[in-house]
Design a protein around this ligand. Structure first.
Ligand SMILES: Cc1cc2nc3c(=O)[nH]c(=O)nc-3n(C[C@H](O)[C@H](O)[C@H](O)COP(=O)(O)OP(=O)(O)OC[C@H]3O[C@@H](n4cnc5c(N)ncnc54)[C@H](O)[C@@H]3O)c2cc1C
Length: 293
């Protein structure tokens, strides 16, 4: 929207998941401007149309190569070779999932990868959190604000989380642990029924048990989608793009980063939109200065 309204003739390469992560969720209640909430896919349709209205062009392809050493930058997407005077990377960070068919089917119907986003829907209900790191402890602790009971399911018998996060979770009377166990199946229906339970397998004994729950929160980490830029842009230890503080400038002049791809902390739609706006303004000013010099 911002680059189109600034007459920069933007091309948006849509990639493997047009519309992004919100297309796999149901209700979004915390994006400003939608008083009664909105379905994720519908929200992305509205944003798509709003960007198109100002002349954004769209390409339904995945970028498979990027050469940021030459200028203009060169990208390959499908059969297309695209030349760009400025590049905004907003390829997101995908939540790591278990890979179960039932997990995919029930995503947004009790299966979630974001307690900040979906915890509120499970007031006085029971939830499972999958994981053993800081994120899992943080998500579980956060969920106890709403849920009657939260159970952390971990595939080992010790946690990877920092001591302080572990202590906080262990001391919380609403949090229980199930050790040495993995989820083999999630039960429920992708309608009002939602998630009803899971089948767990103990990795040491092989014993299989069914556990009742209303929600399953995956907290086994995120994978920033930055493989395309390895060796060309500065990244942190997890692969998130590093930007100059307070801006969206990456380590290559003319390349900007917005949204989850450069954000290992907040990962929200509103922060992604906010940094998207920053990236567009940064790009516009950078191009302007370049043309004047
Ligand atoms: C189930 C779920 C529910 C959520 N609920 C909420 C909520 O209620 N409220 C909230 O604020 N946040 C929520 N979030 C988080 C929110 O979705 C993200 O913070 C937000 O979508 C980040 O936007 P983004 O544009 O940075 O990345 P993404 O939404 O991840 O979009 C990345 C885009 O980049 C494209 N792409 C990736 N690789 C390539 C490539 N090689 N070439 C071309 N394109 C590529 C993808 O196709 C995709 O369109 C939720 C997330 C999930 C998973």
């Amino acid at each position: 929207m911002y680059t189109a309204r600034a007459n920069l003739q933007p091309l948006l390469i849509e990639g493997p998941q047009p519309g992004g992560q919100l297309t796999i969720t149901t209700e979004v209640e915390n994006y400003p401007g939608f008083e009664n909430g909105i379905q994720g896919p519908e929200m992305m349709d509205v944003l798509h149309r709003q960007a198109a209205r100002f002349g954004t062009e769209f390409l339904m392809e995945e970028a498979t190569a990027a050469d940021l050493r030459r200028y203009p930058f060169e990208l390959t997407a499908g059969r297309h070779t695209i030349s760009a005077e400025a590049l905004i990377i907003a390829t997101g960070a995908s939540a790591k999932l278990l890979g179960l068919e039932s997990e995919k089917r029930l995503m947004g119907f009790g299966v979630s990868a974001c307690a900040t986003c979906d915890g509120f829907f499970f007031k006085d209900k029971e939830a499972l959190v999958v994981g053993g790191g800081d994120t899992a402890m943080e998500e579980a602790t956060f969920l106890t604000k709403f849920c009657a009971k939260v159970t952390i399911v971990h595939r080992r018998n010790e946690l990877r989380a920092s001591k302080i996060m572990q202590d906080r979770a262990r001391k919380n009377p609403k949090i229980a642990f199930i050790w040495d166990s993995v989820i083999e199946e999630i039960y429920g229906q992708p309608d009002k029924t939602g998630v009803t339970g899971v089948r767990l397998r103990n990795v040491k004994t092989g014993a299989v048990t069914d556990v009742r729950t209303d929600a399953v929160f995956m907290a086994i980490g995120h994978q920033p989608n930055t493989a395309l830029f390895t060796g060309q842009l500065e990244m942190d230890d997890l692969g998130y793009l590093i930007v100059k503080p307070g801006s969206t400038y990456t380590s290559v002049a003319g390349v900007f980063a917005a949204g989850d791809v450069a954000d290992r902390v907040y990962r929200q739609a509103v922060t992604a939109a906010g940094t998207g706006c920053m990236a567009a303004i940064d790009a516009e000013r950078w191009l302007e200065a370049r043309h004047q010099s």
